[in-house]
Write a protein that binds this ligand. Sequence first.
Ligand code: DON
Length: 307
Amino acid sequence: MKSGISIDEVLAEVVAMVRPHFGKGRPADYIPQLAGVDPRQFGMAVCTVKGEEAYVGDADVPFSAQSITKLFALGLALNQIGDEVWTRVGKEPSGTPFNFLSQLEHEQGVPRNPFINAGALAITDILLDTVPSPDALVRDFLGMLSDSRLEIDEAVARSEVETAHKNRAIANLMRGFGTLTHDAEAVILAYCRQCAITISCRQLARAALPLAADGFSPIAEETIFPSRLTRRLNALLLTCGTYDSVGSFAYRVGLPAKSGVGGGILAVVPGQATIAVWSPELDRFGTSVVGAAALEHFSQLTNCSVL
Ligand code: DON
């Protein structure tokens, strides 16, 4: 990352630059519990592979991680069964919203990639082969990587399980095609609970450090992913991490990233740093409006785009 100023100064500039973007999006309302979050919050944290940390705003406020957890669930599944994951789910961008149904039927119940909801359900199904509660596995993995104790927000989990109508349709369609092997309701429950993990920007940026550090976690002081797998996870983030806005996100920000409807975005500067940003107002693709603007400014100010 090149710039004549410190990361703290870059973050201060970013805060000033994103101000006009508040009020342009809306918090997720299809999960009732998320609709009640104060929309004007904003936090951002940067962790470098050299051990520097910088943060600004609400960087220590826990938020609903939602789809960002899909990245860590995928990492666990790949560590468990390796390339066999790719017999269950593809690696292509979907060009469709994260909970789109008809493409899945066209493609015989095989999800396009592990980040759309269908793909994440397939990953949960894989994890259920070895553990009874993949949600607890992902929570504890994130906790270990961030050196913190993380919680599943029970109210968010309940709210999501009660309103997971589209996800149930996806799971049942996959069950019909035989691409989900466990009971659809068990998969839905674990998936919704995983999405309801709460985490702060600072914790998330720390947890993601292996993606910037060739698979090594300086926090856990151990290798989490083989280096080749780390590159592949970043490739999947760059091509599939923000669903049907992945092209415009790469155009604007130029970094591998994963969004979540809680308003968080995790971005990786391979070899250098991780950036976690959170602000609840979303665009129509389920990406934080202020978060994306913040990453765009950060990338420009530090010239850290990988492209
Ligand atoms: O299944 C859902 O719809 C949510 N639990 C997660 C969706 C999500 O975060 C999409 N990302 N932007």
